[in-house]
Write a protein that binds this ligand. Sequence first.
Ligand SMILES: Cc1cc2nc3c(=O)[nH]c(=O)nc-3n(C[C@H](O)[C@H](O)[C@H](O)COP(=O)(O)OP(=O)(O)OC[C@H]3O[C@@H](n4cnc5c(N)ncnc54)[C@H](O)[C@@H]3O)c2cc1C
Ligand code: FES
Ligand code: FES
Length: 507
Amino acid sequence: MTQVTNTVRFVLDGQIVEAQGKRRTTTVLDYLREELHRTGTKEGCAEGDCGACVVLVGELNAAGDGVDYLPVNACLQLLPSLDGKSVKTIESLKKPDGMLHPVQDAMVKCHGSQCGFCTPGIVMSLAHVVQVVPGRGQALSRGEINDALSGNLCRCTGYKPIVEATQQACSTALATDPASLKIDSSADVPLLKEIKRATHPTYSLDGDIVVQPVVRTKKGSEFVSPATLAEVADYLVKNPGTTLLAGSSEIGLQVNKQFARPGHICYLGNVAELKAVAESPKAWRIGAMVSLERVLELVKSSLPDFAEVLRRFGSPPIRATATLAGNIANGSPIGDSMPCLLALGAMLVLRRGDKQRTVALDKFYTGQKQNVLQPSEFIEAIELPKPAVGQTFRAHKVSKRFEQDISATCCAMSFSLVGGKLKNVKLAYNGLAPSPCRAPKLEAVLEGKSPADVTAEALDAAVAASFIARDGLRATWAYRSLVARNLVLEFVEDAAEAQSAHTLATA
Ligand SMILES: Cc1cc2nc3c(=O)[nH]c(=O)nc-3n(C[C@H](O)[C@H](O)[C@H](O)COP(=O)(O)OP(=O)(O)OC[C@H]3O[C@@H](n4cnc5c(N)ncnc54)[C@H](O)[C@@H]3O)c2cc1C
Ligand code: FES
Ligand code: FES
């Protein structure tokens, strides 16, 4: 229950590591390689794209008897965010008797490595995903393995032997020793309890909240990691210029590539209220620290197109840490979750001090990377309505590569077919305007029409009237506007086909 200024404490393979006197922006990757000489973990791109740096970071599970590990890009994570957590690197996998992890063993046997630069990251991604295998008693499918590797680039071996190695590791372990596929955290559990961070605020004698920094520089800049929403809100009111840190997939990039050195940093990853999801029959309330991977699981059955957009968002290590709130707050014109959230009518719960207000996402952006957040205000949660009976939701992301790429354009559309006419149409895009947005003129073209009466010409005219034609780095305007129109036509045609199939079936 301790927080020691300038000391970051985490568990590595049955030992507590005390990282002292490090900068707030030292990355986990640099610390592992340069201070702990865990050089198995590699730096390829330092921007979350190649996966050479993947390690596992874990927290005590709810029962307190094991550790839940997630794959993360060590190049993007800031060292102080590790305080109170457990880390596993490629070196952690070898057993004390020298036995390799089943994935490592199979990679050797199937010739899954040539130059070897990508191999530690690949093995860590796979060592994470194969942990589900003992529980379900079934090896991973090719699709599951491909998904798990979508954030790991290998330029010389090719993926075939790597996929085969994974399948072989699963089947051999299932036949002999399924538990060998699990990450062994037994030595780490008691140590994690020892370094557990406080879960309640500390108060001064005057009754003021005191947020103890994990790290404070000589100049007085702090990295704080509060445990409660009240502490976050109080800290931001007292320190309005503070940078919030959630999954670090943007901030880590700014630190590495733009050499950003934010003033105070407030990490949200230990705030239980922000990690919670509340569910009612009509909506989900998604805390600001809920990862995209968890959101994907939430929407998988009722909003499959949204789930597919999220499945193609970054890669598993990006989605394991990156948050919906971070995507919204970052406000990139090509942010992927926003078209879906806009078409579904998402609301944002904003907080400043002890005051809360609710703003429709539709009213959140005021320009490119500009929004209505006041100083000291932050996103506490996202309220996402569940689809109503009869409501159809469609979304599709168009990008140059299918995996691990950013949108040229993503389109999302929600509507109902009432008496054969499109009703309650909500249509949103990214990539066409300074921020992701609804497209009211296109909605007007569609509202009340029968799908067969929707024409490409009317949609083209509405696209031209709605947006300023601008070529971008990722696509020309001609391409984007064509995609914007064609995706709507496809959604509408699919709806018409589904309706006529339904009519035939019930006739
Ligand atoms: C390799 C890679 C692939 C990516 N792929 C995609 C992709 O496919 N699609 C896509 O849209 N984006 C993508 N991104 C961008 C990024 O992952 C997303 O924007 C992500 O959702 C950011 O969330 P985060 O939690 O990591 O944010 P952070 O990096 O922690 O923060 C991002 C910004 O939001 C602010 N912030 C965070 N939480 C709050 C809050 N609660 N209230 C107010 N402000 C807050 C931070 O201060 C910061 O300004 C990718 C990034 C990388 C590095
Ligand atoms: S070094 Fe490439 S993803 Fe981290
Ligand atoms: S083995 Fe060389 S990059 Fe993968």
